[in-house]
Design a protein around this ligand. Structure first.
Ligand SMILES: Cc1ncc(COP(=O)(O)OP(=O)(O)O)c(N)n1
Ligand SMILES: Cc1nc(C(=O)O)sc1CCOP(=O)(O)O
Ligand SMILES: [Mg+2]
Length: 214
């Protein structure tokens, strides 16, 4: 699980209104992302059949590169298209229901902003926790106040060796510090959807992750 979390790219069409999401994902996959989350959500997001069709196109790209395809929030969609997993937050579908409904092999990710939420997610059977926001972000309008590296370190201390991916305001400048503070992986949206050169951006993020000697 930890290897898959290393470079975890998240995207929906609302994150790249002037670009083709399939094209961005293909570049990101070729550059070496290790996991992908389909997060089609917000004002300009696709819904219904258009959302499902986009999900299936992006899923096919991930399959071709043997990269896990995770669906954000929408457990029905994840099950319907045979995704590799789902990611749910504190106010999304309850973990007990998610566990009951999803196939055994599903990867289940849960968001946590503090050690209590993290420990509960682990007790409930999460496979990884998404910890954040680490820094300020403009990508998620309802993001909470950043927990910083201090918040991340505290959660790491409390959850032992459990897989953590950090999220929120992560970029080439802070990736190394985030890794040092205890994240097994980093997840990111705008650093790739807004990148002029996706390969270069992924290379730089990867370098930050590899510098680490914990
Ligand atoms: C890897 C990862 N971590 C956290 C989140 C945030 O989930 P949530 O709090 O449910 O917010 P939304 O993304 O649904 O707006 C995530 N998506 N992925
Ligand atoms: C989807 C999401 N979840 C967050 C959380 O804190 O739970 S922050 C966030 C947005 C991450 O986008 P960017 O990499 O552009 O900052
Ligand atoms: Mg959610």
């Amino acid at each position: 699980m930890k290897e898959e979390l290393e470079l975890y790219f998240i995207m929906g069409s609302q994150n790249c209104p002037d670009k083709d999401p399939e094209d961005i994902l293909e570049h990101a996959l070729k550059a070496g992302i290790t996991m992908f989350q389909f997060r089609e959500k917000g004002e300009r997001a696709r819904v219904g059949e258009a959302k499902r069709q986009l999900a299936e196109r992006l899923q096919a790209r991930c399959r071709a590169h043997r990269i896990p395809f995770i669906v954000n929030d929408d457990v029905d969609l994840a099950i319907a298209i045979g995704a590799d997993g789902v990611h749910v937050g504190q106010t999304d579908e309850a973990m007990q229901v998610v566990k009951e409904r999803c196939p055994e092999h599903f990867i289940i990710g849960v968001s946590a902003q503090n050690a209590e939420e993290a420990k509960k997610a682990i007790r409930d059977g999460a496979h990884y926790i998404g910890v954040g926001p680490i820094a300020a972000t403009r990508t998620k309008i309802d993001a909470k106040f950043p927990i910083g590296l201090t918040g991340l370190r505290e959660i790491r201390k409390q959850v032992g060796d459990f897989p953590i991916v950090a999220i929120g305001g992560i970029n080439q400048k802070n990736a190394e510090a985030v890794r040092q503070a205890g994240a097994d992986g980093i997840s990111f949206i705008s650093v790739l959807t807004k990148a002029v050169n996706i390969r270069q951006a992924v290379d730089e993020l990867k370098m930050g992750m590899e510098k680490m000697h914990r």
